[in-house]
Design a protein around this ligand. Structure first.
Ligand code: ADP
Ligand code: MG
Length: 373
């Protein structure tokens, strides 16, 4: 056994420049380097096809890595078969054995491993209690609700007592309300058992609410790894900025128009930056910029505000505690989030402004964040 990072505690999962190219030439994971610390709940999020499942399957040993090093608990496992990795995986399309009871479904994996009968019974009882399944142990899967079935799938992983749980979109077959409940259940379960978990989802809200830290992926590449609110406040590039947050961030094309960096020209409108942010753009006159602003950081402008953006109100979406205003400026759609009060009629032209201290600036070519001190 080779230990690469002896300081790692038992269940840390570490990837160093891991790459996966499928036989057909598809680069599913370009180069992934990160660590899920012992006991951490790490979330992998990104749009469909970005390589999340591949990454998880690499950790599980269901796919072989093309390059790089994969270590669990400090042990390089590149060539270790799945059954010797001390992991358990829960898939989106879990299949319970329909002719077996819940108890038998939970016990099945352990029986295969020749675990003693008394030990199996104890673990099944424990998992059932944790997942609120004790009263349905004798039922068949067809006699369960969707949420209960999902909990049995989780339970089958739980009874194995692995040091690492890998969950691949485990809630995507459930309806919205059940998902919400199960999300809380999984967070609770994680706190209780304290095992390392890597949780894959395409749902940014699920990611934000569940993860200690989040790995954002796109097109096989890791975009940013950070705590949820850091990702929201300091997105590293245009992709992360647009992917996290609902409704999504608005982007405006502009150009630095003053040598001191204080002004960005936005076509017929303009944005005056506070001195602190302008500093990052001093001597950048002419540089093309993408200005990102979240729906909650747009405000209705006063009549005196000559720099305001004019846009037509197309759709008003009242969601109770707030209202989303969907506006159009030429071919650009803009979304504003405002408090619930009487709103102008659709079709009217609104004058809107950005909160200058809340804007995100990105280089238009590289799409990378321009760091504002
Ligand atoms: P995600 O889980 O984020 O939706 P996947 O990891 O399933 O993404 O897929 C990443 C990319 O790799 C996709 O383009 C997908 O079509 C491709 N892919 C997945 N599995 C295979 C495979 N066995 N052979 C070839 N390409 C694959
Ligand atoms: Mg997937």
């Amino acid at each position: 056994m080779r230990r690469v990072h002896p300081e790692d505690s038992l269940a840390a999962v570490r990837l160093d420049s891991v790459r996966k190219v499928y036989a057909n030439g598809q680069i599913a994971v370009a180069e992934a380097s990160f660590e899920a610390a012992d006991g951490e709940l790490l979330v992998l999020v990104g749009p469909s096809g970005c390589g999340k499942s591949t990454l998880l399957r690499l950790v599980a040993g269901l796919e072989s890595v093309s390059a790089g090093t994969l270590a669990i608990g400090g042990r390089v496992v590149n060539d270790v078969p799945p059954r010797d990795r001390d992991i358990a995986m829960v898939f989106q399309s879990y299949a319970l054995y329909p002719h077996m009871s819940v108890a038998q479904n939970l016990a099945f994996g352990l029986s295969l491993r020749k675990t003693p009968r008394a030990e199996i019974d104890a673990r099944v009882r424990e998992a059932a209690a944790m997942l609120d399944l004790s009263s349905v142990l004798e039922r068949k899967p067809a006699q369960l609700s969707g949420g209960q079935r999902q909990r049995v799938a989780l339970g089958r992983a739980l009874v194995r007592k692995p040091s690492v749980f890998l969950l691949d979109e485990p809630l995507s077959n459930l309806d919205a309300k059940l998902r919400l409940g199960m999300r809380v259940e999984i967070a609770r379960l994680h706190k209780r058992i304290g095992a390392t978990m890597i949780y894959v989802t395409h749902d940014q809200i699920e990611a934000m609410t569940l993860g200690d830290r989040i790995v954002v992926m796109n097109g096989g590449e890791i975009q940013q790894i950070d705590a949820p609110m850091r990702l929201y406040e300091k997105p590293a590039n245009v992709f992360v900025a647009g992917f996290l947050g609902s409704p999504a961030m608005n982007f405006f094309r502009g150009r630095v128009s003053a040598a001191n960096g204080m002004q960005i020209d936005l076509g017929e409108a303009s944005l005056q930056l506070p001195a602190a942010s302008a500093h990052a753009l001093a001597n950048n006159a002419g540089r093309e910029i993408l200005v990102g602003v979240r729906p909650e950081d747009l405000v209705l402008a006063g009549d005196a505000d000559a720099d305001a953006i004019e846009a037509t109100l197309e759709v008003v979406e009242p969601v109770g505690n707030e209202i989303f205003l969907n506006l159009r400026r030429g071919d650009q759609a803009i979304v504003m989030r405002v408090p619930p009060r009487t709103m102008p009629e659709t079709g009217t032209t609104l004058r809107i402004a950005m909160k200058p201290e809340r804007v995100h600036l990105f280089d238009a070519k590289t799409e990378r964040r321009i760091e504002i001190p």
